[in-house]
Ligand binder design. Sequence first.
Ligand SMILES: *Cc1c(COP(=O)(O)O)cnc(C)c1O
Length: 385
Amino acid sequence: MSGAGPDTRLVHAGSAPRPGVRTVNPPIQRASTVILPDAKALYDGAHVTYARVGLQPRDSLCEALAELEGAKGVHLYPSGLAAMTGVLLALLKAGDEVLVCAHAYRPTRLFCDRVLTRFGVAVRHYPQTASPDEVLAAAGTATRLIVLESPGSLTMEMQDIPAIARLARDRGALTVMDNTWAAGLLFKPLAHGVDVSVQALTKYAGGHSDVFMGSAASNDEEVLARLEAGMSEVGWSVSPEDAYLILRSLRTLPVRMAQHGQSGVAIAAWLRDQPEVLEVLHPALPGARGHALFTRDFSGPSGLFSFVLRPASQAAVDALLDALQVFGLGFSWGGHESLAISCDPQRPRSGDYPGPLMRLHVGLEAPADLIADLRRGLDAFAAAA
Ligand SMILES: *Cc1c(COP(=O)(O)O)cnc(C)c1O
């Protein structure tokens, strides 16, 4: 820059790279543009030439998630829903058919019904409680992909994932599992034969209710190449700050999950004994639906579950929620704070449970305080019923 004028010097001052000191965590590299060493490097393919999909700490997060998922490769998407839709877009084409479980996360189902169908992909649904043979019996000759989610969103049904994955593979259909409930920690889809493990990192991996991101992990080189092509053709990118937040939270995922799970099961067991509650839908609870599959396949519980109240008016349900002081009323979950919602307006069908369906996310507060809060809510429910 010798002889350059003040404006040019201002544009370039301080931009020379410095050898970094070694820190515990990777640096945050903010960049769209990557400066290449010479003219040949612009087009030689061996260099990172643009920062949309790379750089630290995004690469570091992918490495850590590959470790968590037992995967050869991981791709990051700007939200959990974007991860699911990105995988489906990358792996399906016009003329294919996709089989989707009925209690998949609702926006995933809506994407299949409203968007994939516009691009010539046929969509079939199968009941969440279908046996592996029944799932495959629902497949047509054009079925290329089966969407799995276990426990199912809101209603927590368990699927026999290893058996479905095995049968799907025999038929040449790919399996994609939304594994957000288990956070890549409590259940390992890839080790159980699933082709792509998707999670909303927004939930437990992020863990603090302040960031959106999603991931897709696989061990299949061809699938990973198709996902990578899908990423760059559609143009997703995640911010380095967001990736940093997820990576930071990932370090404490096992200790947080142990607490969420332990408190969640304690509260589920308490709820089951309350006179206002008909049924608790938490597969980790002994005697609950899906418990046998859960203990066979999962290494532990998370803090998200649902319960069915005695039949009552919407006003009584609202009275329960409005009486809560520790549980916040809010969607999403997986953060340090407890949350409660009523579920019926979101469900594909109502009437499959005899009373109102509620969902809780049990956070890191003391279980005794959460139980006192729920008792306060149930008292208000009983008074209004
Ligand atoms: C929240 C959620 C998603 C979507 O994640 P976002 O980051 O909010 O887009 C996907 N699947 C499940 C099961 C979820 O609970």
